[in-house]
Design a protein around this ligand. Structure first.
Ligand code: 5CA
Ligand code: ZN
Length: 420
């Protein structure tokens, strides 16, 4: 699947230091320790509706990680999926009388346009579930061969036996009751009769009347379960033990827990990912923003209303990626003002010491992607620049404003120069 165009990344003097992020599995902020190539898998959209600010915030969080890793001298192998066949997509397509494939294409196109506008660095590998069904089916057959999966006689569906992974539960660290609750809330089927454990997730859903299906070889016709799709793509393009598995915090359980277990049993290698990084949930009026609730602020609607993407970006970056927060017009207004101040300061011929901005933004981002801290560094510089008479002979001298503009564009993705 094609991804989207790469934003400009001005080069900066020197290098950023090692990047630490919060790991859900250990509950600690830990240094990522990639080799030359840093491996990142971020769970992509289910394209049955337009991108909302919650999705955008999650992709912006990992965009900061990619930028910080690049600045630290790593190449980044960034892999993302599109869940372009799944129950909610099929249901929405049926309800609106549109072919599910057309719906997925339409919403994925809109997502690409939104990501391009927001200056999000694209994944290097962007793959749909549909185009990777054969790989997912192979992974399911591998789990059957290892005795970690079983077929339900009633439906022919194949389930993963969570007891096959002694480390099951390590990603989220939840107790059994919480796992059961979250499993039921987030697409699982704890009540399906005949399962060994209520938590066992489906690996291969046998063909149903009116649903798309693919040849699964010994599995019969059907389609893969959600978790194994991501695992098949990640193992193919990153291999076991890659650096960061990312997504929103609603994916900790069951999605990332099950994915880790599938992969660990399939490969015999532990851990699946070195670090599990989760972005907080963005809400509106105190409720999680979600397609199913319909309380959405869409990136495309903001763009259509003439909102500048750089302001939208700053409205998101004013929040730490791990926090849950609510989108508001007031937050967007603050972001517009900030953008305008930064631009006024950057338009001056010179300003205060830019090296402190470079070091400060680098060190804030290296510390668990502290975007609000990075914004405060730039705010302090802009305030000092604007407080000086326009013709003052500044300490930083010529080139300072240009370096600050490069720092802000390369590390925060916010262009300060007038569009040429
Ligand atoms: N296709 C699956 C992942 S394989 C999926 O969860 N799709 S999604 O469209 O529902 O969400 C896409 C990404 O946005 C996921 O990483 C999800 O965790 C994140 N996300 C969804 N809702 C929110 C929200 N309200 N706030 C922050 N992130 C969110
Ligand atoms: Zn996923």
């Amino acid at each position: 699947m094609k991804s989207w165009p790469h934003p400009a990344l001005p080069s900066l003097p020197g290098r950023g230091g090692p990047v630490s992020v919060h790991d859900t599995a250990s509950g600690q902020v830990r240094a990522t320790a990639p080799g030359e190539v840093a491996g990142l898998y971020v769970c992509g959209i289910t394209p049955y509706d337009a991108t909302h600010m919650g999705h955008a915030a999650t992709y912006l969080a990992f965009d900061l990680l990619v930028r910080a890793w690049r600045d630290a001298g790593h190449q980044v192998q960034y892999v993302q999926n599109v869940t372009d066949v799944d129950d909610p997509l099929l249901e929405r397509a049926a309800a609106t009388g549109i072919d599910w494939r057309d719906l997925a294409v339409r919403e994925t196109d809109l997502f690409r346009a939104d990501m391009t506008a927001l200056g999000v660095v694209p994944p290097d590998v962007y793959l749909g579930a549909v185009e990777t069904v054969p790989r997912a089916a192979e992974a399911v057959r591998g789990l059957v061969e290892r005795g970690a999966a079983y077929r339900l006689g009633s439906s022919g569906d194949v389930y993963f036996d969570v007891a096959a992974d002694p480390r099951f539960g390590d990603v989220g660290g939840y107790d059994a009751a919480t796992m059961e609750r979250l499993f039921a809330e987030r697409g699982g089927d704890p009540g399906t009769p005949g399962k060994r454990s209520p938590l066992d997730p489906v690996l291969w859903r046998a063909e149903r009347e009116g649903e798309p299906a693919w040849d699964g070889g010994s599995l019969g016709a059907g389609r893969p379960g959600w978790h194994i799709e991501c695992v098949a793509i990640a193992l193919d393009h990153l291999g076991s033990g890659f650096d960061v598995q990312g997504g929103g915090s609603d994916l900790v359980f069951p999605h990332h827990e099950m994915g880790a277990s599938h992969a660990q049993v399939l490969t015999g290698s532990v851990p699946y990912a070195q670090t599990y990084v989760h972005a907080g949930m963005v809400g509106l009026d105190g409720e999680k923003m979600s397609k199913s609730r319909g309380n959405l602020v869409l990136v495309s609607a903001l763009r259509a209303a003439g909102e500048e993407p750089a302001a939208v970006r700053l409205a998101v970056l004013a929040h730490h990626y791990r926090d849950d927060w609510s989108w508001s017009d007031a937050g967007l207004a603050t972001a517009r003002e900030r953008l305008s101040r930064w631009r006024s300061a950057a338009a001056r011929p010179s300003g205060p010491d830019a090296g402190r901005v470079l070091d400060g933004v680098r060190s804030r981002l290296a510390d668990d992607l502290d975007a609000p801290g990075a914004l405060a560094v730039v705010d302090a510089w802009a305030d000092a620049a604007l407080a000086q008479p326009a013709d003052a002979d500044e300490a930083g001298g010529e080139g300072t404003t240009s370096l600050v503009a490069d720092v802000v564009e390369a590390l925060l993705g916010v262009p300060l120069r007038p569009a040429s």
